[in-house]
Design a protein around this ligand. Structure first.
Ligand SMILES: Nc1ncnc2c1ncn2[C@@H]1O[C@H](COP(=O)(O)OP(=O)(O)OP(=O)(O)O)[C@@H](O)[C@H]1O
Ligand SMILES: [Mg+2]
Length: 280
């Protein structure tokens, strides 16, 4: 059973089983994210190897794998925080992994990120955290105040606008982090284990918030997690990583009903396959 049944049922149209690239075009204002032949090593550790992946605009795309599979590395490369050793990253038709300086910063302003540990600034209150990227971006003070109010409303924490971070629950902190991530109206929201520190009920409320935001703002959401129930709750498609390689990719329905890789089966059942992950 799905964690968020009512939210999940309307996610996909009748043609959702196919892998056609046009499927999500009507939903998203964003761009196709395409990764080609991505490899990344840290000293002797191969974190990613020859990875190809395409993420449709407007989708909620899940990336799952065991600890150390390369999920965060992939997210850092996809979000242009890190460069691959080999391979290419495209947003739409534009190659973006080679961007530097002002062009890179401009691109990065169009994406938001949230993390397991929230990465908020304890020296600032709730509004101050949300306004930070707008201040950096040089927005007029008056407009920042208006935008912060819009964002507080969007994530439903208006009554906490003046609160210190230590006065907030984990779920409320993640709402602040989401508001901050969305401040500059990004096209893509990257989530790295965004619900892993939260209890199941708070996880559900944050996932339904993310799902609602995707529908309202027409953004692309890339969500990495080691929790199968998170993928099942809100993702449309999922990529399974195993030791830095793509073990499997498909719709959530396909992968849950009929996992083809040992890595996916292991994540679903908690039991590994004898071939070690990628192969049957
Ligand atoms: N900056 C780094 N320096 C050295 N090794 C790194 C670095 N970042 C990642 N690695 C290594 O690359 C591999 C993949 O790490 P990554 O953080 O991408 O995994 P993950 O799937 O996000 O794991 P987790 O679920 O535990 O967060 C691991 O073996 C890790 O030790
Ligand atoms: Mg990680």
């Amino acid at each position: 059973m799905r964690l968020l049944g009512p939210f999940s049922e309307k996610k996909l149209g009748p043609d959702s089983a196919g892998a056609g690239e046009g499927r999500f075009e009507a939903q998203g204002k964003g761009l196709f994210i395409t990764l080609k032949g991505i490899s990344k090593s840290y000293a002797a550790v191969s974190a990613l190897a020859e990875l190809d992946l395409a993420i449709p605009p407007g989708s909620i795309f899940g990336i799952i794998g065991k600890s150390g599979a390369g999920k965060s590395t992939l997210l850092r490369i996809m979000s242009l925080l890190e460069s691959p050793d080999r391979g290419e990253v495209y947003y739409g038709g534009e190659r973006v992994d080679t961007l530097r300086g002002a062009a890179l910063r401009e691109r990065q302003r169009k994406m938001g990120m949230i993390f397991q540990n929230f990465n908020l600034m304890s020296s600032r209150n709730v509004s101050g955290n949300i306004s930070y990227p707008l201040e950096i971006g040089g927005m007029h003070k008056r407009r920042i105040q208006e935008r912060v109010e819009e964002l507080l409303e969007l994530v439903d924490i208006r009554d906490k606008r003046k609160a210190r971070l230590r006065e907030l629950s984990g779920g409320q902190k993640q709402r602040v982090a989401i508001a901050r991530a969305l401040a500059a109206s990004p096209e893509i929201l990257f989530c790295d284990e965004a619900t892993s520190a939260l209890d199941p009920m708070t996880t559900r409320s944050i996932l339904s918030l993310i799902q609602g935001l995707r529908e309202k703002l027409r953004i692309t959401v890339v969500l990495i997690t080691h929790q199968m129930e998170v993928i099942r709750a809100i993702c449309e498609e999922v990529a399974v990583l195993y030791e830095g390689r793509l073990a499997e990719r498909g719709t959530v329905e396909e992968v849950f009903a009929n996992p083809r890789s040992a890595a996916a089966r292991e994540l679903l059942t908690g039991r590994g396959g004898s071939a070690g992950g990628i192969n049957d």
